[in-house]
Design a binder for this molecule. Sequence first.
Ligand code: BEZ
Ligand code: FE
Length: 308
Amino acid sequence: MSIPADTAAVSDEQQAREDELVRRVLDSFADTADPRLQQIMHAAVRHLHAFLRDVRLTEREWKQGIDFLTAVGHITDDRRQEFILLSDTLGASMQTIAINNEAYADATEATVFGPFFVEDAPHVELGGDIAGDAPGQPCWVEGTVRDTEGNAVADARIEVWEADEDGFYDVQYGDDRVAGRAHLFSDRDGSFRFWAVTPTPYPIPHDGPVGAMLAATGRSPMRASHLHFMVSAPGLRTLVTHIFVRGDELLSSDSVFGVKDSLVKDFVEQPSGAPTPDGRDLTGATWSRTRFDIVLAPADAHETGDGT
Ligand code: BEZ
Ligand code: FE
């Protein structure tokens, strides 16, 4: 349900005054040396004023907005970036990602980066276990890295990270543990394989102003279950993405709008005692397996559609 803007109630004189203010603010950027900065400031001012006028913002609401942004700033530090969380929950991060990772042939779609990537995650060999001590059901992940011409990409760097079954990334525990993250390199034929844990849902940090905004608007902080990837290789566009679990009921309500149909994969449950692909002994535990075939666009890909 939306409340219609009350623009009909504005007299011609009032409208003229509001228009005049917008014009004066736009004119104030006339001497901006950098044309791109001027374009951005002009658009920001036009859209900001259109928003204020559209909702006929009250002074009390303006103050509430200022207080909200102040709280977002106060909780932000080296470890917590509430502004990015705000961008994520408003879909602004995903829109920026869409704009900057244009569709190109059958290149794999990108999605939101999130705050839990760590540089220098440990290296694992192909077939190794990225879980470390992270609790969760073992999950065998395999696939290939190819370019949009179908050529295998050998030696692609594949960064993988995920939350454990309790919904926490290692960095959220506040000790020095490293678990649920690693990097590996694709084989000569572009293939890769590793053990992880089956992804489970978890909430984004919601104990701050962004969490309050979600609560006030009846939104859930939950993210659909996912496994993060960042894949890079010379001459190809770096891909930041996740894969999601088919059947997860949160797919349609992911709190940061990160889900794309093409990234939803089957995670096939394996019964207790089912033989593992590499002979690993899971002492009778159940496990799951999935496949993710990755296609990287050329580094200079800008074209949309068929990539021509
Ligand atoms: C994540 O998937 O790790 C994430 C993404 C956006 C906000 C918070 C967490
Ligand atoms: Fe995540």
